[in-house]
Write a new protein. Structure first.
Length: 759
């Protein structure tokens, strides 16, 4: 939200007041409080008829400092983000000229009785600053509304990332972003997953601890600052020190909730009925068996909306006309080694048998007059489950438990964005403006925790569209309703990378697009991208997405890239475990791995899949691709072509429909099982050991995890001249060793836990 008229003036409808000096302060063992009036106090009379900011400085964990700006200290209705407090040791210092609070390597300091500013320093060096007139207590004279604003300074080369799933440029400089969840597709300024957290290229992050709409002006209103504002009388934010982006994400996810590890089977291929297509038990089994007949492994089958009767969503009951024996159908699918997912949302149509039950028991969001808040958008007479009501949560979970008892394995938790604000009343008295974004947290927590309870913690996953801060605890999320176009494919990738830089670990998208009709070439190129993503699902609106409806090459394409992903699961699942441990996303922009190479800072059409693989999807029918490789030796794992890059280099190439750039970085080990038929299997059972461009004198290592994500051992390789020594702790059986060196591949056999191989 913009308040100023150029650099010098304010817009006429706004009255903006800012702290001038720290006039007094209080300190306790865990908090430093500053009192900063809106003008300099030179005599006692200056203390009259004057506003003041109260600024509370705290630290919930080492290297994280919280700043709460308070104009009027009013009681705030919920909800609030659930934050961790590690109770770190902090150091508060006060002198005649300065006050400061230090947590770990991060310090915030302010002049005492001098020009007001908050200076944030990493090991004594300023990383960002709230300068004079940056903090604003703002009155809109035309409406009477009050706002709080903060502006944090930016460096000359500083770039800002994050703020959730955003489909514009990955770098947010110059953008205006309103953090408010909306159902707007994947091609506009609106987004399903809005996160009030940004990550700076300078090695710090900022989390605005406000669940309501937060407006960001990123080097836009004031081109030297990142600004954020809310409607209200107080504003809290946290500055999170790195000094690397990965360390910022680690601290942010420790603060707001660590990323949960999805079950191994969820990384395999998901196939959907699609949305408005016709389907029944016969159709479903025809698709599943058709994949098996073509030797295309499948891990999850998803039933979209019409597993229920129309006009009755979300009644959570099978349409018995199309599915007369759902228990029997689920058993048939399970017998084929495939999990079952069904679509749900938290809206109950008036025609549903659940509506009267929910209405009569007070389980829905209400209007101020006590009636159920309803509209006809999406389904006729929708009511919204009120997850602030504990009894409504239990009621909703009881309906889902019946499906889990029937054999359903997980749920696609769709929607959760269009939550009413105007004239809305929640059971626990929560502020509707704060509930709007937070609702998705309560919705997905309700579903995810039930699956944990019924299936076990290691089996819990959802397929969610909406999110807010903390929702990383309830994976997986997908990108929403994209178009069947190459441009939309690229938009989806940008949105995914932005989302993953906002504290999330796992992400998927509708392979080949949701709206419109995919062409065969788009289907094949998007299949490559989809199966080289964290999670992989074919889905659409009015078009079946099985490969044989496109052409035979699509069948070959799908088979090849499903097989590739399944073979890589020993590597991918280890990287996924690392994501849950550290907060580093499984898919990630290159700059997270190559922070010293500023050429990577704007890259948004390629990514790292884990720490060792670089992927450059192809966004055209001709097979042309232009991508960047940082310095090092790289090997395309599909073609064995090698690249010796001295200082970073761009490549322009052309690929057929069965290949694309998928490159392993030097000095890396990839464990693979080319015979895998599902995503979940024993990753310790004689995987192939692929060693890529190991330098003379270098050692590469990789962790071995089991299918539950537990550490099972390590594999290392050391090269001395033409001799490569491999040590494998925790593997079963005899593994093949492939040494990719100097443009050639040599195969060996490892019997036991170690071996020496001569190149």
């Amino acid at each position: 939200m913009k308040f100023t008229d150029g650099y010098w003036l304010d817009r006429p409808q706004y009255e903006i007041q800012s702290p001038k000096e720290v006039y007094e302060f209080d300190k306790t063992d865990d908090k430093l409080t500053l009192y900063a009036p809106f003008k300099y106090i030179n005599e006692r009379g200056d203390q009259l008829n004057l506003g003041m900011s109260t600024i509370e400085l705290t630290s919930p964990m080492e290297g994280v400092i919280g700043v709460k700006l308070i104009h009027f200290d009013q009681e705030q209705n919920g909800p609030s983000y659930q934050l961790e407090n590690e109770q770190p040791n902090i150091d508060i210092k006060t002198t005649d000229s300065e006050v400061s609070l230090t947590s770990g390597s991060l310090t915030v300091k302010a002049p005492y009785k001098g020009h007001f500013e908050l200076d944030f320093l990493h090991d004594g060096k300023t990383i960002t600053k709230s300068m004079e007139k940056a903090e604003g207590v703002i009155l809109d004279k035309s409406t009477g509304k009050h706002y709080m604003r903060e502006q944090l300074s930016m460096g000359v080369d500083e770039l800002i990332y994050g703020l959730g799933e955003r489909f514009g440029s990955l770098v947010k400089n110059g953008q205006t972003v309103d953090v408010v969840n909306k159902d707007g597709g994947t091609g506009s300024e609106q987004a399903y997953k809005n996160i009030p957290f940004y990550l700076s290229s300078e090695g710090y992050g900022v989390f605005v601890n406000q669940p309501e709409t937060v407006s960001f002006e990123v080097a836009s209103e004031n081109v030297d600052r990142t600004q954020f504002s809310i409607e209200g009388e107080s504003l809290q934010y946290f500055v999170i020190d790195g000094p690397t982006p990965k360390e910022v994400l680690n601290k942010y996810t420790r603060l707001t909730g660590k990323v949960s590890l999805p079950p191994a089977w969820s990384f395999g291929l998901w196939l959907s009925t699609s949305f408005t297509t016709d389907y029944s038990e016969e159709t479903v089994l025809k698709f599943i068996d058709g994949m098996a007949e073509r030797n295309i492994p499948l891990d999850v089958f998803h039933f979209d909306c019409y597993w229920q009767k129309g006009f009755e969503w979300c009644t959570l009951l099978w349409d018995r006309d199309q599915f007369p024996d759902p228990e029997g159908l689920i058993k048939k699918i399970h017998d084929r080694g495939i999990k079952v997912c069904v679509w749900i949302n938290p809206y109950i149509a008036q025609k549903s048998v659940l509506f009267k039950e929910g209405r009569d028991n007070g389980y829905f969001i209400k209007r101020k007059n006590g009636t159920v808040w309803q509209w006809d958008l999406w389904q006729a007479g929708n009511g919204f489950v009120d997850f602030t009501n504990p009894d409504a949560v239990k009621w909703y979970q009881s309906k889902l438990k019946a499906l889990l008892d029937m054999g359903v394995d997980c749920f696609k938790t769709d929607f959760g964005e269009r939550i009413p604000v105007d004239d809305a009343v929640f059971f626990d008295g929560s502020d509707p403006k704060r509930e709007h974004n937070y609702y998705t947290y309560q919705y997905n927590e309700t579903v995810f925790s039930l699956i944990q309870q019924e299936k076990g913690a290691d089996q819990a996953t959802v397929f969610a569209r909406s999110a807010t801060a903390g929702s990383q605890k309830f994976p997986v999320h997908w990108g929403g309703d994209c178009l069947s176009r190459y441009k939309s494919m690229a938009d989806s990738l940008r949105g995914g990378l932005s989302f993953l830089l906002s504290g999330f670990g796992f992400w998927a998208h509708d392979i080949s697009g949701f709206e419109e009709q995919a062409t065969p070439d788009l289907y094949k190129r998007w299949t490559q991208f989809g199966l080289l993503s964290s999670h992989s699902r074919y889905h659409g609106s009015g078009q079946y997405k099985v490969p044989w409806v496109f052409d035979e090459e699509a069948v070959d394409n799908t088979r090849k890239f499903v097989d590739l992903k399944l073979s890589l699961m020993p590597y991918l699942f280890d990287e996924a475990v690392n994501t849950s441990e550290t907060g580093t996303p499984l898919m990630r922009p290159l700059f997270l791995e190559y922070a010293n190479d500023r050429n990577t800072y704007h890259l948004e059409q390629q990514y790292m899949l884990g720490s060792k693989l670089l992927v450059a999807p192809i966004f055209n029918a001709e097979g042309d691709v232009r991508y960047y490789l940082p310095a090092g030796r790289w090997t395309n794992i599909l073609t064995e072509k090698t690249y010796d890059v001295a200082t970073g280099e761009w490549f322009s190439e052309n690929y057929d429909m069965l290949t694309l750039p998928v490159l392993a970085r030097e000095n890396s080990i990839l464990l693979r099982n080319p015979n895998a038929k599902h995503a979940q299997y024993d990753y310790t059972d004689a995987p192939d050991i692929n060693i890529y461009e190991l330098a003379d004198g270098a050692t590469a290592t990789t962790r071995v995890v089991d299918q539950k994500g537990k550490a099972a051992g390590n594999v290392s390789a050391t090269r001395q001249g033409n001799t490569v020594t491999v040590k494998a702790d925790g593997l079963k059986g005899s593994s093949k060793v492939y040494v990719h060196a100097d443009g050639a591949v040599k195969e060996f056999k490892l019997d036991g836990q170690s071996g020496e191989f001569n190149l």
